[in-house]
Ligand binder design. Sequence first.
Ligand SMILES: Cc1ncc(COP(=O)(O)O)c(C=O)c1O
Length: 260
Amino acid sequence: MAMKQGSSVLAPAPSFVMYEHIAKSLGMPFNGVQLNEDFSLDMSAMMAAIEEYNPAVIFLAYPNNPTANLFNDADLLAIINASKGVVVIDEAYQPFAGKTFLPRAKEFERLLVMRTVSKLGLAGLRLGFVVGHASLVEQLEKIRLPYNINVFTQMTASFAFKHIDVLNAQAVLICEQREVLLGQLSALNGVQVFPSKANFILFSLLDDSAQRVFDELKAVGVLIKKMADAEGLPPNTLRVTVGSKVENELFFSELKNILL
Ligand SMILES: Cc1ncc(COP(=O)(O)O)c(C=O)c1O
């Protein structure tokens, strides 16, 4: 695909890895701006990067993956106002966040709010959508491939949206379970737990090895994610997806045994 000379993509780091992968696969330079230690946006670094690179697209995951936090709304607005390119607020984890920029999507000519049905429990559909100002969506229409959403996906999605209350109720249960798990993990010695507004929890081991804990959990049939070092996260960081009550209880009791 031909790219306008000098177009680049910018996102905080760490964030969803696909922003960088896709930018690079399209031949666009990618710039990651390190988050603050508490995973908030480093606004002076963000503003300096916007000034320096003038990115064509900025991705802001809200809540962010893998850090699980929501960025500050005023910071997001400042970025939208400073950017000359498109700002995508990626609300993949919105069902668990209790907050959204969707009602504001049409206020800004350069803002797109992006959603997916994946985290609602329909990841197999491979369906996402964006909402934005008509003038911007019109431009996207020009490059959208014909028939890009197949009929089965369309039918399944419209059936799912008619029963959105079922999916929303499931998200509420996950949020309740998240709070239980956050409380349990916070009470463990040697574990630093980070706040979460997503359907996963990030935690660091202060005096143990993430690889050892990951391997031992896996050996008893519990698969979580070991975060790579040097990603702007503390060392020995793991990410667990909130599951059903039974799954979470199994995870937590196994973790407690392993850390003993
Ligand atoms: C922040 C963020 N955005 C988007 C996605 C993509 O979801 P999907 O490709 O399943 O629609 C993910 C998936 O992990 C994500 O973490």
